[in-house]
Write a protein that binds this ligand. Structure first.
Ligand code: NAD
Length: 478
């Protein structure tokens, strides 16, 4: 018997949760259920995180959380509970299987059967954003070695466990050489530990195009958070319906399971919603807690039900479907099929699908880190980079010289193009002229001088090398 936390959510949430629990309990799931309240009511009662402290206690105690979709109220101040939960609980891996059920669910991609493994905690989702000048705002993209190692290893271990043949990595490291570059590099490192599994890397733009056009080329795809967020919806949708896919959010301690769709408020309370997405999430949960035989029984009964043509409105199609049913009737049809297997669709076997046991991340020895310069960002409303350079020259010391100015990353001094459009946000690079390391004192002196001379410095970024390798980007055109 496993105790799980359940949240029935908003909109269609309560109906699809009821249907899901009815099916898995009928199949013999050994569960004790503790229910918590999260979402709209909690938000509107004045809690901007959508969850009360006591509910966190329940989630952390039980460690396994089955969550129906919730409605995040429109308007300022309400934080997404999904993002908060994933990050607070360290749910670093988001696993989204996307499989076509041709010919029973209409799709342009009958052969598709892939799994997206999305990094779930970092990237632009750190939500660290600032306005720095009148014209420029920024969002920090943070990618860490532990984040990359954990998700890439998870993808390979998952592929190994599930007997999948290939892991593909998508990044944009031709542009983001540090952040996406690290993700790609870690992928190459870890891939070597799994010689029996094919590996490949695609630049995200052509990778995404191929995914939308020929998804049957892919098996397991691992990618950073933002790309995974977008592409897992694309992948689920092109199997025929976003309403059919579930997702597992896995951490070292806790796990959360859900449908990938939202609370569909316009369909709420009408007994029409398709409970399949949440049921898929629940099946992944049963595997995670080791109740794999029950998970298998439910999945095969679900496939058989779809094969019988018993369909909810969202996938109902004249000539293919035999019966249009509501949420409750669909659940009952699945229950009636428990113990049966599909005859055309491939039945599943989950004998080896229990939770993966991954090694904990081990921090490496620190590298030798040398300060090689500093980027001083300034808010300057002028137009000519040469004029700014003249002002900045006054900040130079014997030790530190102005070496470059960029605007939105493109080099505008020295030797800029007059055609380059410039904003009021300038990156001004100062480095010791003679190849010697820079001191922190020199940065403080630079800032003090800038302040004295009325230059509006908005932030600095230190330029480091690690073990002799330059670890910052050059200006575009430098
Ligand atoms: P949605 O997924 O709720 O709905 C998109 C479309 O798909 C709608 O036409 C809807 O009727 C249909 N649909 C979705 N699930 C269905 C199902 N099970 N059966 C039949 N049809 C289904 O997306 P949305 O309209 O953009 O968002 C509605 C609300 O859900 C918003 O408040 C949003 O913040 C929230 N949301 C929550 C989650 C979550 O809790 N995980 C995820 C996404 C959106």
């Amino acid at each position: 018997m496993t105790t799980i936390t359940v949240a029935k959510g908003d909109g269609i949430g309560p109906e699809i949760m009821e249907a899901t629990l009815e099916v898995i309990l009928a199949a013999g799931a050994q569960l004790r259920i503790e229910e918590i309240e999260v979402g709209e009511k909690v938000y509107l009662a004045g809690n901007t995180s959508g969850i009360a402290a006591s509910a966190w206690d329940t989630i952390r105690r039980n460690k396994v959380f089955l969550k129906a979709p919730i409605t995040t109220p429109q308007g300022g101040g309400y934080k997404s509970l999904n993002v908060t939960t994933r990050k607070f609980l360290g749910l670093y891996s988001n696993v989204r299987p996307c499989r076509s059920l041709h010919p029973y669910v209409s799709t342009k991609h009958p052969e598709m059967d892939l799994v997206i493994v999305r990094e779930n905690e970092e990237d632009l989702y750190a939500g660290i954003e600032h306005q720095q000048t009148d014209e420029v705002v920024q969002c920090l993209k943070l990618i860490s070695r532990p984040g990359c190692e954990k998700i890439v290893r998870y993808a390979f271990e998952y592929a190994k466990q599930q007997g999948r043949r290939k892991v593909t990595c998508f990044t944009k490291d031709n542009i983001m050489k540090q952040t996406d570059g690290l993700f790609h590099q870690v992928f190459e490192e870890i891939a070597k530990e799994y010689p029996e599994i094919e590996n490949e890397h695609w630049i995200i733009d052509i990778g995404a195009a191929k995914l939308a056009d020929t998804p049957e080329l892919f098996d397991v795809i691992v990618m950073p958070n933002l790309y995974g967020d977008v592409l897992s919806d694309v992948a689920a949708q092109i199997t025929g319906s976003v309403g059919m896919a579930g997702s597992a959010n896995i951490g070292e301690e806790c796990a959360m399971f859900e449908a990938i769709h939202g609370s569909a408020p316009r369909r709420a309370g009408q007994n029409v919603a398709n409970p399949s997405g949440l049921l898929q999430g629940a099946i992944m949960m049963l595997n995670h807690i080791g109740q794999t035989a029950v998970a298998e029984k439910v999945q095969n009964a679900w496939l058989k039900t779809l094969e019988d043509g018993t369909h909810t409105y969202d996938i109902y199609k004249e000539g293919v479907s035999s019966r249009k049913v509501g949420t409750k009737e669909f659940a009952r049809a699945v229950i009636a099929n428990l113990g049966k297997k599909p005859s055309v669709l491939k039945p599943v076997s989950y004998a080896n699908s229990a939770a993966l046991a991954l090694p904990r991340y081990k921090r490496r020895l620190s590298a030798e880190k040398v300060l090689e310069g500093v980027d001083l960002f300034v808010h300057w409303p002028g137009a000519e980079a040469d004029d700014l350079a003249n002002e900045l020259r006054a900040l130079e010391t014997k030790e530190v010289k102005l070496s470059m100015i960029t605007n939105r990353g493109i080099k505008v001094w020295p030797d800029g193009f007059k055609e380059t459009f410039c904003t009021d946000h300038w990156r001004c690079r100062f480095q010791p002229g003679n190849g010697t390391p820079m001191t922190k004192e020199a940065i403080i002196e630079l800032l003090t001088k800038a302040h004295t001379k009325g230059i509006d410095s908005i932030k600095t970024e230190n330029l480091y090398s690690f073990n002799g390798k330059q670890a910052y980007s050059l200006g575009q055109g430098q």
